[in-house]
Design a protein around this ligand. Structure first.
Ligand code: NAD
Length: 298
């Protein structure tokens, strides 16, 4: 997309973190913003921040895991503004208990993570892209996946597997729009660590998907390291700036750090060489993502 001023953006998970930062950044570029979140009061507070800067915006309560709610979000956006040019499928959750191994991961974590992190993206594409295509105007779709969707390790598997799926879905969107020669670009945002509230995701878990008794709580060691790393991680505003530039230049892959490049390369090379992979532990992977390595980003 070359022109943002006066155009319309819909951002999911925009009550906090990267979604709120994208709302501020695209609002500052002159876009009207539909601020959507499962937490309505968080979405409303983003709208208040935007309104204070003279940005036109409104809040919609949407659980991206529910197809009907995402359809209603599209209806609300089209009813209010008559068009949508930028869709940011950004909402996501990290189930607690990242150290749990795949066989220890409660089924509720799989269901919750798949519904939000993968189906949330699918719902956005399903309910918005046909209408954006019918509009016939320039547009763009952003998926917030994760570097967790590009590497493998033993931990955080319910989250990472859903992010791997979101990567695949978004690559299919990109390929499909290219095949159609549609004027809609796609960006696959794969952040490393970003200083947001992602590790307080349990606040959004539906009661019916709470894990049963016996699920081990978060590892205190991992939590302590993660707390410290997240406090020193890059800001969501830095990421929002990278997303804005990617939308303007139609860049598909956006990785906010080079800290995971070796892990991505090792996994791909192992596949190509038909050799067994040497996956690093989740802890050692996240420990690589220090601000110094983020600054090395090409
Ligand atoms: N923070 C990181 O280090 C990091 C790294 C890689 C990827 N990500 C991804 O970035 C995206 C944004 O997360 P963040 O880091 O800004 O975290 P955040 O917790 O600060 O913000 C996430 C927002 O999503 C909302 N949300 C949660 N479940 C929802 C649902 N079912 N429907 C709609 N909204 C929902 C929350 O209310 C919250 O406002 C997520 O997809 C996350 O997986 C984060």
């Amino acid at each position: 997309m070359k022109i943002l001023d006066g155009r319309v953006a819909v951002i999911t998970g925009a009550g906090s973190g990267m979604g709120a930062a994208m709302a501020r950044r695209f609002g500052a570029a002159g876009m009207k913003i539909v601020v959507s979140d499962i937490d309505l009061s968080a979405a409303q507070s983003t709208v208040a921040t935007l309104a204070a800067k003279g940005v036109e915006a409104f809040a919609v309560k949407t659980d991206v895991a529910e197809s009907d709610q995402v359809r209603a979000l599209a209806d609300a956006a089209y009813e209010c503004y008559g068009a949508v040019h930028l869709l940011c499928n950004n909402a996501g959750v990290v189930p607690a208990g990242r150290h749990r191994l795949v066989w220890e991961t409660p089924l509720e974590d799989w269901t919750w993570s798949n519904k939000v992190n993968c189906m949330g993206v699918v719902h956005g594409i399903h309910h918005f892209v046909p209408r954006m295509l019918a509009q016939g105007e320039e547009g763009h779709v952003v998926t917030t996946a994760s570097v967790a969707g590009l590497v493998s390790s033993a931990g955080s598997v319910a989250y990472s597997a859903a992010k791997h799926a979101a990567v695949r879905v978004t690559e299919a969107l990109y390929a499909g729009l290219l095949e159609r020669q549609a004027p809609i670009g796609v960006t696959l945002l794969c952040p490393g660590l970003v200083n947001t509230r992602i590790y307080e995701s349990e606040r959004s878990r539906p009661a019916e998907l709470l894990p049963g008794a016996g699920a081990a709580p978060e590892s205190p060691e991992l939590q302590a390291v993660a707390d410290q790393l997240y406090r020193s991680a890059i800001s969501p505003d830095d990421v929002a700036e990278q997303v804005l530039q990617a939308v303007l230049s139609n860049q598909f892959y956006v990785l906010t750090t080079s800290a995971f490049d070796d892990a991505i390369r090792d996994r791909t090379q192992a596949v190509l060489e038909r050799r067994n992979p040497a996956f690093a532990s989740l802890l050692s992977l996240v420990q690589r993502d220090q601000p110094s390595s983020q600054k090395e980003r090409p």
